[in-house]
Design a protein around this ligand. Structure first.
Ligand SMILES: *Cc1c(COP(=O)(O)O)cnc(C)c1O
Length: 244
């Protein structure tokens, strides 16, 4: 019965439909944009609800929280990507749970990841996070340093570079947000043109609740949406993106 559909499921269905519409409008294949639900601070019951209605890709920002929620993901086929700032001392726990890391932004972290993955005989799909907004509070490699970092990470055989990730400048103005996404797409093309062995640039992880439309227009393949589905968070975003 449709009247029993939860508000969350209604928002979810509307968003999935909108993604398809945006793909059509932008002459992109209908399945070219994956929706990740960002479940940071979201109670497990709500995550479970999303899993129950068939959603299977989630994003978490904190290793501690990821570990706590892990049992419900393990119990289903849901996949978890790590999208937050990763401290080197949390690497071990992170790779136990996550199936992709979107926020690799420095060589020291890559080396630490590779060390632990090699021990486990595992590989990990990763995205390189780029600071496209010139905001010091955002993590990510500077655009100028991207190619060098990719070249340094590429030989680490446990890490499979699949693309790039960014957070646009927080602004309601399209002309401030869009250039961040355009820059990420251009950087991705540049890296692809280098033809570095083992490096794929198939994913562009960009766009959140406030700016996913622009991100899809600019070529996002993964959008990371939290509040638009789960509602407002109790903790301010500074909890997740502390000032550097
Ligand atoms: C919190 C967060 C999101 C989702 O933000 P919303 O505005 O709630 O959609 C996406 N990406 C990252 C890296 C985040 O930390």
């Amino acid at each position: 019965m449709d009247s029993l559909k939860s508000e969350m499921k209604k928002r979810y269905d509307a968003l999935q439909a909108e993604i398809k519409t945006l793909c059509l409008k932008n002459k992109r294949p209908l399945d070219s944009v994956k929706l990740m639900l960002v479940s940071k601070t979201v109670p497990v019951e709500r995550i479970q609800e999303a899993i129950d209605f068939g959603h299977c890709l989630f994003g978490e920002n904190k290793v501690q929280e990821l570990s706590e929620k892990e049992p419900i993901f393990r119990a289903s086929n849901a996949e978890f990507h790590f999208i937050g700032h990763l401290q080197t001392n949390k690497v071990k726990k992170c790779i136990e749970h996550a199936s992709m890391i979107h926020s690799l932004d420095r060589l020291s972290l890559a080396l630490e990841l590779d060390k632990h993955l090699q021990k486990l005989g595992k590989t990990m799909d990763i995205l390189i996070q780029v600071n496209t907004s010139k905001e010091t509070s955002k993590f990510g490699v500077e655009p100028d340093g991207l190619l060098k970092l990719v070249r340094e990470i590429a030989p680490l055989s446990s890490l499979k570079i699949k693309g790039l990730m960014t957070l646009a400048k927080f602004s309601s103005e399209e002309e401030i947000v869009r250039p961040c996404f355009q820059l990420l797409r251009e950087l991705s093309a540049q890296v692809r043109n280098e033809g570095i062995p083992g490096v794929s640039m198939s994913e562009l992880s960009m766009g959140m609740s406030s700016d996913y439309k622009i991100a899809i227009q600019e070529g996002a393949t993964i959008i990371r949406v939290g509040t638009a589905i789960f509602g407002k968070r109790n903790l301010p975003d500074s909890h997740y993106w502390p000032e550097t």
